[in-house]
Ligand binder design. Structure first.
Ligand SMILES: Nc1nc2c(ncn2[C@@H]2O[C@H](COP(=O)(O)OP(=O)(O)OP(=O)(O)O)[C@@H](O)[C@H]2O)c(=O)[nH]1
Ligand SMILES: [Mg+2]
Length: 253
Protein backbone atom coordinates (compact mmCIF):
# COMPACT_ATOMS: atom_id res chain seq x y z
CA UNK A 1 0.00 0.00 0.00
CA UNK A 2 1.24 3.51 -0.75
CA UNK A 3 1.94 6.15 1.86
CA UNK A 4 -1.17 7.44 3.58
CA UNK A 5 -0.79 11.02 4.66
CA UNK A 6 -3.82 12.71 3.14
CA UNK A 7 -1.60 15.06 1.13
CA UNK A 8 -3.69 14.48 -2.01
CA UNK A 9 -6.45 16.54 -0.41
CA UNK A 10 -4.52 19.19 1.49
CA UNK A 11 -0.85 19.21 0.49
CA UNK A 12 0.73 22.32 -1.01
CA UNK A 13 -0.48 22.70 -4.54
CA UNK A 14 1.14 24.14 -7.65
CA UNK A 15 -0.12 27.65 -6.97
CA UNK A 16 1.14 27.59 -3.41
CA UNK A 17 4.54 26.35 -4.48
CA UNK A 18 4.73 29.12 -7.11
CA UNK A 19 3.81 31.70 -4.49
CA UNK A 20 6.46 30.38 -2.08
CA UNK A 21 9.10 30.47 -4.83
CA UNK A 22 8.28 34.09 -5.68
CA UNK A 23 7.54 35.48 -2.27
CA UNK A 24 10.09 35.09 0.53
CA UNK A 25 7.69 36.29 3.25
CA UNK A 26 5.47 33.23 2.97
CA UNK A 27 8.11 30.56 2.35
CA UNK A 28 8.23 29.43 5.97
CA UNK A 29 4.45 29.21 6.29
CA UNK A 30 4.23 27.14 3.10
CA UNK A 31 7.06 24.86 4.28
CA UNK A 32 5.10 24.22 7.51
CA UNK A 33 2.17 23.08 5.38
CA UNK A 34 4.49 20.68 3.56
CA UNK A 35 6.02 19.13 6.71
CA UNK A 36 5.22 15.44 7.23
CA UNK A 37 2.31 14.61 9.52
CA UNK A 38 3.78 13.23 12.75
CA UNK A 39 1.84 10.40 14.38
CA UNK A 40 2.65 9.72 18.04
CA UNK A 41 1.65 6.41 19.58
CA UNK A 42 1.35 6.80 23.32
CA UNK A 43 -0.05 5.01 26.35
CA UNK A 44 1.06 3.37 29.56
CA UNK A 45 3.98 0.95 29.58
CA UNK A 46 3.29 -2.45 28.01
CA UNK A 47 -0.19 -1.63 26.67
CA UNK A 48 0.78 -2.38 23.07
CA UNK A 49 2.27 0.85 21.68
CA UNK A 50 4.92 -0.92 19.59
CA UNK A 51 2.31 -3.31 18.25
CA UNK A 52 0.01 -0.47 17.19
CA UNK A 53 2.89 1.54 15.68
CA UNK A 54 3.82 -1.50 13.58
CA UNK A 55 0.23 -1.95 12.45
CA UNK A 56 0.15 1.69 11.31
CA UNK A 57 3.47 1.42 9.50
CA UNK A 58 2.33 -1.74 7.76
CA UNK A 59 -0.82 0.11 6.67
CA UNK A 60 1.41 2.70 4.97
CA UNK A 61 1.43 5.57 7.48
CA UNK A 62 4.74 7.43 7.63
CA UNK A 63 6.43 9.20 10.50
CA UNK A 64 4.96 7.01 13.24
CA UNK A 65 6.80 7.26 16.59
CA UNK A 66 6.22 5.47 19.89
CA UNK A 67 6.49 7.88 22.84
CA UNK A 68 7.93 7.04 26.24
CA UNK A 69 5.18 5.60 28.44
CA UNK A 70 2.68 7.86 30.18
CA UNK A 71 2.10 7.53 33.92
CA UNK A 72 5.51 5.91 34.50
CA UNK A 73 6.88 6.10 38.06
CA UNK A 74 9.55 8.79 38.50
CA UNK A 75 9.39 9.88 34.87
CA UNK A 76 7.59 12.83 33.35
CA UNK A 77 4.83 12.12 30.86
CA UNK A 78 5.87 12.48 27.21
CA UNK A 79 5.11 15.73 25.40
CA UNK A 80 2.27 15.00 23.01
CA UNK A 81 2.99 17.46 20.25
CA UNK A 82 2.35 15.19 17.26
CA UNK A 83 -0.10 16.22 14.56
CA UNK A 84 -2.00 13.03 15.36
CA UNK A 85 -1.97 11.20 18.69
CA UNK A 86 -2.88 7.52 18.98
CA UNK A 87 -3.46 6.62 22.62
CA UNK A 88 -3.32 2.90 23.34
CA UNK A 89 -5.27 1.44 26.28
CA UNK A 90 -5.22 -2.09 27.56
CA UNK A 91 -8.96 -2.56 28.06
CA UNK A 92 -9.95 -0.53 31.14
CA UNK A 93 -8.63 3.04 30.96
CA UNK A 94 -6.87 4.23 34.10
CA UNK A 95 -7.26 7.71 35.59
CA UNK A 96 -4.06 8.85 33.83
CA UNK A 97 -5.50 7.69 30.49
CA UNK A 98 -8.79 9.46 31.07
CA UNK A 99 -7.00 12.67 32.11
CA UNK A 100 -4.74 12.55 29.02
CA UNK A 101 -7.65 11.84 26.67
CA UNK A 102 -9.74 14.65 28.12
CA UNK A 103 -6.88 17.08 27.40
CA UNK A 104 -6.23 15.68 23.91
CA UNK A 105 -7.03 17.73 20.82
CA UNK A 106 -10.39 16.60 19.46
CA UNK A 107 -10.49 15.27 15.93
CA UNK A 108 -6.77 14.47 15.72
CA UNK A 109 -6.62 12.01 18.61
CA UNK A 110 -7.84 8.43 18.60
CA UNK A 111 -7.82 5.89 21.42
CA UNK A 112 -7.22 2.22 20.70
CA UNK A 113 -8.49 -0.28 23.17
CA UNK A 114 -6.21 -3.29 22.81
CA UNK A 115 -5.68 -6.74 24.24
CA UNK A 116 -9.37 -7.62 24.50
CA UNK A 117 -8.35 -11.24 23.98
CA UNK A 118 -5.78 -11.20 26.76
CA UNK A 119 -8.43 -9.97 29.20
CA UNK A 120 -10.60 -12.93 28.30
CA UNK A 121 -13.45 -10.70 27.16
CA UNK A 122 -15.42 -11.01 23.94
CA UNK A 123 -15.15 -8.72 20.92
CA UNK A 124 -18.64 -7.40 21.71
CA UNK A 125 -17.46 -6.49 25.22
CA UNK A 126 -14.41 -4.72 23.73
CA UNK A 127 -16.72 -2.70 21.43
CA UNK A 128 -18.90 -1.79 24.41
CA UNK A 129 -15.86 -0.80 26.50
CA UNK A 130 -14.61 1.36 23.58
CA UNK A 131 -17.97 3.13 23.37
CA UNK A 132 -17.93 3.74 27.11
CA UNK A 133 -14.41 5.18 26.87
CA UNK A 134 -15.47 7.44 23.98
CA UNK A 135 -18.51 8.59 25.96
CA UNK A 136 -16.39 9.36 28.99
CA UNK A 137 -13.51 11.13 27.25
CA UNK A 138 -14.98 12.53 24.05
CA UNK A 139 -12.24 10.80 22.04
CA UNK A 140 -13.11 8.29 19.31
CA UNK A 141 -12.13 4.87 20.64
CA UNK A 142 -11.77 1.67 18.61
CA UNK A 143 -10.92 -1.85 19.77
CA UNK A 144 -8.09 -3.89 18.31
CA UNK A 145 -6.75 -7.36 18.99
CA UNK A 146 -3.30 -8.22 17.76
CA UNK A 147 0.33 -8.92 18.29
CA UNK A 148 3.39 -7.58 16.52
CA UNK A 149 3.05 -10.25 13.84
CA UNK A 150 -0.66 -10.40 13.33
CA UNK A 151 -3.76 -8.31 13.89
CA UNK A 152 -6.75 -10.45 14.48
CA UNK A 153 -9.43 -7.80 14.58
CA UNK A 154 -9.93 -4.09 14.37
CA UNK A 155 -7.01 -3.09 12.13
CA UNK A 156 -9.25 -1.58 9.47
CA UNK A 157 -11.17 0.57 11.93
CA UNK A 158 -7.86 1.69 13.46
CA UNK A 159 -6.39 2.75 10.11
CA UNK A 160 -9.64 4.48 9.11
CA UNK A 161 -9.70 6.41 12.40
CA UNK A 162 -6.06 7.48 12.01
CA UNK A 163 -6.72 8.55 8.40
CA UNK A 164 -9.62 10.72 9.67
CA UNK A 165 -7.32 12.28 12.28
CA UNK A 166 -4.79 13.10 9.56
CA UNK A 167 -7.49 14.75 7.47
CA UNK A 168 -8.49 16.94 10.41
CA UNK A 169 -4.83 17.82 11.19
CA UNK A 170 -4.21 18.78 7.56
CA UNK A 171 -7.41 20.80 7.37
CA UNK A 172 -6.34 22.74 10.49
CA UNK A 173 -2.95 23.36 8.91
CA UNK A 174 -4.57 24.70 5.75
CA UNK A 175 -6.73 27.09 7.77
CA UNK A 176 -3.69 28.29 9.71
CA UNK A 177 -1.76 28.80 6.47
CA UNK A 178 -4.56 30.77 4.81
CA UNK A 179 -4.93 32.96 7.91
CA UNK A 180 -1.15 33.54 7.96
CA UNK A 181 -1.15 34.47 4.28
CA UNK A 182 -4.00 36.91 4.81
CA UNK A 183 -2.11 38.50 7.71
CA UNK A 184 1.09 38.72 5.61
CA UNK A 185 -0.83 40.29 2.75
CA UNK A 186 -2.26 42.93 5.06
CA UNK A 187 1.14 44.15 6.18
CA UNK A 188 3.75 43.04 3.66
CA UNK A 189 5.23 44.51 0.50
CA UNK A 190 4.22 41.39 -1.46
CA UNK A 191 0.56 42.05 -0.83
CA UNK A 192 -0.63 41.84 -4.42
CA UNK A 193 1.02 38.52 -5.10
CA UNK A 194 -0.43 36.96 -1.95
CA UNK A 195 -3.87 38.39 -2.56
CA UNK A 196 -3.84 37.03 -6.11
CA UNK A 197 -3.15 33.61 -4.66
CA UNK A 198 -5.87 33.95 -2.00
CA UNK A 199 -8.38 34.85 -4.73
CA UNK A 200 -7.36 31.88 -6.92
CA UNK A 201 -9.68 28.90 -7.40
CA UNK A 202 -7.07 26.75 -5.72
CA UNK A 203 -7.04 28.82 -2.50
CA UNK A 204 -10.81 29.28 -2.43
CA UNK A 205 -11.34 25.53 -2.84
CA UNK A 206 -8.72 24.72 -0.19
CA UNK A 207 -10.49 27.12 2.22
CA UNK A 208 -13.87 25.50 1.52
CA UNK A 209 -12.56 21.93 1.85
CA UNK A 210 -10.70 22.59 5.08
CA UNK A 211 -13.66 24.48 6.56
CA UNK A 212 -15.94 21.54 5.72
CA UNK A 213 -13.63 19.06 7.46
CA UNK A 214 -13.12 21.19 10.57
CA UNK A 215 -16.81 22.15 10.81
CA UNK A 216 -17.93 18.55 10.24
CA UNK A 217 -15.59 17.38 12.96
CA UNK A 218 -16.78 20.14 15.32
CA UNK A 219 -20.45 19.34 14.77
CA UNK A 220 -19.84 15.60 15.23
CA UNK A 221 -18.05 16.59 18.42
CA UNK A 222 -20.90 18.75 19.69
CA UNK A 223 -23.43 15.99 18.87
CA UNK A 224 -21.26 13.62 20.95
CA UNK A 225 -21.09 16.28 23.67
CA UNK A 226 -24.91 16.51 23.69
CA UNK A 227 -25.16 12.70 23.92
CA UNK A 228 -22.69 12.72 26.82
CA UNK A 229 -24.65 15.45 28.60
CA UNK A 230 -27.93 13.55 28.08
CA UNK A 231 -26.31 10.37 29.38
CA UNK A 232 -24.97 12.19 32.44
CA UNK A 233 -28.42 13.72 33.09
CA UNK A 234 -30.04 10.26 32.79
CA UNK A 235 -27.53 8.81 35.22
CA UNK A 236 -28.09 11.66 37.67
CA UNK A 237 -31.86 11.14 37.44
CA UNK A 238 -31.50 7.40 38.01
CA UNK A 239 -29.21 8.05 40.99
CA UNK A 240 -31.71 10.58 42.40
CA UNK A 241 -34.69 8.24 41.99
CA UNK A 242 -32.76 5.33 43.51
CA UNK A 243 -31.80 7.64 46.35
CA UNK A 244 -35.42 8.83 46.78
CA UNK A 245 -36.63 5.24 46.63
CA UNK A 246 -34.23 4.24 49.35
CA UNK A 247 -35.13 7.38 51.32
CA UNK A 248 -38.85 6.58 51.00
CA UNK A 249 -38.27 2.99 52.09
CA UNK A 250 -36.49 4.07 55.25
CA UNK A 251 -39.05 4.58 58.04
CA UNK A 252 -39.03 8.21 59.21
CA UNK A 253 -39.39 8.54 62.92
N1 LIG B 1 -2.80 -11.06 23.48
C1 LIG B 1 -2.47 -9.85 23.03
N2 LIG B 1 -1.23 -9.44 23.20
C2 LIG B 1 -0.90 -8.23 22.74
C3 LIG B 1 -1.83 -7.39 22.07
N3 LIG B 1 -1.20 -6.24 21.73
C4 LIG B 1 0.07 -6.37 22.15
N4 LIG B 1 0.25 -7.56 22.77
C5 LIG B 1 1.46 -8.09 23.40
O1 LIG B 1 1.73 -7.32 24.56
C6 LIG B 1 3.13 -7.21 24.74
C7 LIG B 1 3.47 -5.74 24.84
O2 LIG B 1 3.18 -5.16 23.61
P1 LIG B 1 4.03 -3.95 23.03
O3 LIG B 1 3.44 -3.61 21.71
O4 LIG B 1 5.48 -4.25 23.08
O5 LIG B 1 3.66 -2.85 24.12
P2 LIG B 1 4.43 -1.49 24.45
O6 LIG B 1 3.42 -0.54 24.99
O7 LIG B 1 5.20 -1.02 23.26
O8 LIG B 1 5.41 -1.98 25.60
P3 LIG B 1 6.73 -1.27 26.16
O9 LIG B 1 7.33 -0.44 25.07
O10 LIG B 1 7.59 -2.44 26.57
O11 LIG B 1 6.29 -0.45 27.35
C8 LIG B 1 3.79 -7.91 23.56
O12 LIG B 1 4.14 -9.19 23.97
C9 LIG B 1 2.69 -7.94 22.51
O13 LIG B 1 2.81 -9.04 21.60
C10 LIG B 1 -3.16 -7.88 21.92
O14 LIG B 1 -4.07 -7.22 21.37
N5 LIG B 1 -3.42 -9.11 22.42
MG1 LIG C 1 7.21 -0.48 23.04
Amino acid sequence: MGARDGSDAFGPTAGLRRLAAACGAVRQAVAAQDAPIRIQVTGRSGVGRTTVAQVLERAGFRDVAETSPIDAPDAPDPVLDGDVVVHVLAVAPRDADIAALRRAPRGSTVAILGKADAQGSSWAAAVEASNACAAETGVRTVPMVGTADDVEAGAEAVTAAVADCIRVALARRTRTLLATLAAQAARGPEREMIEDYLRSDEAVQAAARSAAVVTGQASAESAAERRRAALAADRAQIRASVHDGIGAAVPQW
